[in-house]
Write a protein that binds this ligand. Structure first.
Ligand code: CUA
Length: 331
């Protein structure tokens, strides 16, 4: 409907109808009460006009009436609250087995990186029907990842990771916007989300779609892990001067000060850039900071590598590389 005047974006994600349903309910309830109030104002203005009722009657309070007009609106508001919270919690908790895509926002473009190392600029390719988890960070100011057709919007902040997720339900091309004013070309910081059928997606991945793959993200991370000398202290076979990182991701970690934190993406990021903030119990604060030595993309590769150490069979990062025709020629 409304082809040339798209009043409403397409519903292209599993969450879209819920967001729309809540929105329509809000509009309907608001419209109902607006009309009711206006109608009653008119009705009473005529019914109690001065020529018929020259002297207003004094009305005392009425407990049942006051309870009614308190409890009914309370009930209506609780419906909005409950439904809104339900949607919020669903949107805030990505499913465990979601496919991960990393995004780096900068003035004024979107850079995407897939698990197999493939890269995209201002275009995000995803397969239909899969849960996609976006792990996002900004290189400069605050941006916001907004795909109206999926009904998702999440701020992208410098210095930390934020996440959002969606399950595209329709093959097609959808708008991607930056929804946070981020400078002169904010309005031009747009892109496309291309939802493809699974086979098409696989073909696109294998063809080296976006940028050519230089090995999986985890493999790049493994290389960087060696180059930066991380491996000297964080031995994978034995406990070194730093904690063993195998199986770390997603697990609770006991700190020297008695706190327990979950080893999520932000914890790993902080431990690389600001290692002194959280010291693991039993270790000394000897790790130097890597601030300024690792790019956002490098950090994402390291994250992917550390995550790969927690996969069920604990295979090496190299095993995550997709079958590519020129596999032997890539380093
Ligand atoms: Cu980036 Cu607005």
């Amino acid at each position: 409907m409304w082809k040339n005047f798209p009043f409403f974006p397409e519903q292209a994600s599993a969450m879209a109808w819920q967001v729309d349903g809540l929105y329509f309910l809000l509009v309907a309830v608001s419209a109902f009460f607006t009309l009711l109030i206006f109608a009653l104002v008119l009705y009473f203005a005529v019914k109690y006009r001065r020529s018929v009722h020259p002297h207003p009657a004094q009305i005392e309070g009425s407990l049942p009436l006051e309870l009614t007009w308190t409890l009914i609106p309370l009930g209506i508001c609780m419906v909005f609250f409950a439904w809104g919270s339900l949607i919020y919690f669903q949107e805030a908790r990505p499913p465990k087995d979601a496919m991960e895509v990393y995004a780096v926002a900068k003035q004024w473009m979107w850079k995407f990186e897939y698990e197999n190392g493939q890269r995209d600029i201002n275009e995000l390719h995803v397969p239909v029907g899969r849960d996609i988890r976006m792990v996002m960070s900004s290189q400069d100011v605050i941006h916001s990842f907004f795909v109206p057709a999926f009904r998702v919007k999440a701020d992208v902040l410098p210095g930390r990771y934020t996440e959002t997720w969606f399950r595209p339900t329709k093959v097609g091309t959808y708008h991607l916007f930056c929804a946070e004013y981020c400078g002169t070309n904010h309005s031009a910081m747009i892109g496309q989300v291309i939802v493809m059928a699974p086979e098409e997606y696989q073909a696109w991945m294998n063809s080296g779609g976006g940028g050519g793959p230089t090995g999986s993200l985890a493999a790049n991370g493994e290389r960087l892990f060696g180059q930066l000398g991380c491996a000297t202290c964080h031995g994978l076979e034995t406990q070194g001067r730093g904690p063993n990182l195998a199986g770390l991701y997603g697990k609770p970690v006991l700190m020297a000060d008695g706190r327990t934190v979950t080893a999520d993406e932000n914890y790993i990021r902080e431990s690389i850039l600001n290692p002194g903030v959280k010291i693991v119990a039993g270790f000394k604060p000897i790790m130097p900071t890597f601030q300024g030595q690792v790019s956002e993309e490098g950090l994402m590769a390291l994250e992917a590598y550390i995550k790969s150490l927690s996969r069920p069979q604990a295979e090496g990062a190299a095993d995550h590389r997709p079958p590519a025709p020129d596999e032997s020629s890539t380093k």
